[in-house]
Design a protein around this ligand. Structure first.
Ligand SMILES: [Zn+2]
Length: 275
């Protein structure tokens, strides 16, 4: 009788042990979207593209995450303009690349506020690659710091539809997600779709602002501010030469003026709330 009781207890313990083992292994297997992305991108060469399913891409695009900026909630302008910034392309997959160590996830959406029904990801990738090449060429140490931060803190780039309520255009944003242990660099589709108004150097300038000016700074000293980001942008502008920019805001003199006047309230450092 006593032995039977003992056996029963042991079998309970066995079941509990199995339960814990299972839960633990589920936890170990619970890859998040960034793990899946990085796994898919890890073996790719610079010119290769992988395809991600639509659900994963919508998660990576923070579709259900509330994003707020300091001062101006520029992402809410889409509602006022009656634009559905999340209107989906007909394709069920989106391309993703890793270029020189930087992960870039293609857009699953129509482009807004400039509305096109086309899948523009090939163009987006081409322009972002050129911009990254420019940074690497003129500021190799900055580029190395960017790649290191993107890798260590699981950063990736997306091409988002900004609809600023202010009427101006937000070109890019840095979104740290400390709880999720990752961050997102958002680049405006409009910036990439208008090469006559924004050269590859203009795109590079925005990337320097977000990636070196904000992301590297944020993970280096635990905080970031606009004056620092504009300073990095000005250093980049001086290194490449002001004549490379179509957008006059990216020229060294204008950036230096901006720093002096401390125009920091309309910054593009934004925070996200967990959905
Ligand atoms: Zn900024």
């Amino acid at each position: 009788m006593k032995q039977a009781y003992h056996q029963k207890i042991m079998s309970y313990l066995y079941v509990i042990a199995i339960f814990f083992a299972t839960t633990h292994s589920y936890e170990a297997l619970a890859l998040d979207q960034i793990d899946i992305l990085n796994k898919k991108l890890s073996n790719l060469k610079n010119s290769d593209t992988t395809l991600l399913d639509r659900t994963s891409v919508r998660d990576l695009y923070l579709e259900n995450v509330h994003i707020k900026s300091h001062g101006v909630d520029f992402l809410n302008g889409c509602k006022a303009m009656k634009i559905n910034k999340h209107a989906l392309l007909s394709t069920n997959t989106s391309p993703a690349i890793r270029y020189k160590g930087i992960s870039i996830v293609g857009s699953p959406y129509y482009s807004a506020p400039i509305k096109t029904n086309k899948d523009n990801n090939t163009l987006y990738f081409k322009r972002l690659k050129s911009a990254l090449d420019i940074i690497e060429q003129h500021k190799p140490r900055s580029f190395a710091a960017i790649v290191k931060t993107m890798t260590q803190h699981r950063g990736y780039m997306i091409i988002d539809n900004f609809c600023p309520s202010s009427g101006g255009l937000a070109f890019a944003a840095f979104v740290p997600r400390t709880k999720q242990n990752n961050f997102v660099v958002m680049v405006s589709s409009t910036l990439l779709l208008l090469p006559d108004m924004f050269s590859d150097y203009d795109v590079a300038s925005q990337l320097v602002h977000e990636m070196e000016g904000h992301a590297v700074d944020f993970y280096g000293r635990g905080t970031t501010d606009e004056a620092h980001a504009f300073t990095k942008q000005a250093q980049f502008a001086t290194a490449v030469g002001g004549d490379k920019f179509i957008d006059v805001n990216n020229r060294p003199t204008n950036l230096e003026m901006r720093i002096k006047m401390k125009l920091s309230s309309k910054g593009t450092y934004v925070e996200s709330k967990q959905n």
